[in-house]
Design a protein around this ligand. Structure first.
Ligand code: ZN
Length: 78
């Protein structure tokens, strides 16, 4: 898998409007905020409503933890 790092992108950071972003294909990384934004969200919803991948990931992680916790619980030996 080759990731093309392209500084000269038409995208800009929806959070700080900076054009110092790296184009990773599916998402952009803002060098100012150090946040990643999914391209599919950009232009679809208002810039201020776009959540970074870090913020979205936090929600997903918490969600997964809730589901994983019961599985990790050891059954008492009978
Ligand atoms: Zn930014």
């Amino acid at each position: 898998m080759i990731f093309m790092k392209n500084i000269n992108t038409e995208y800009y950071c929806p959070r700080c409007q900076s054009r110092d972003v790296i184009d990773y294909g599916d998402y952009i990384h803002c060098l100012n905020c150090e946040l990643d934004f999914n391209k599919e969200l950009i232009g679809q919803i208002d810039d201020e409503d776009i959540l970074s991948r870090q913020e979205l990931g936090g929600f997903t992680k918490a969600f997964e933890d809730d589901f994983e916790r019961p599985k990790k619980r050891k059954k008492p030996l009978e």
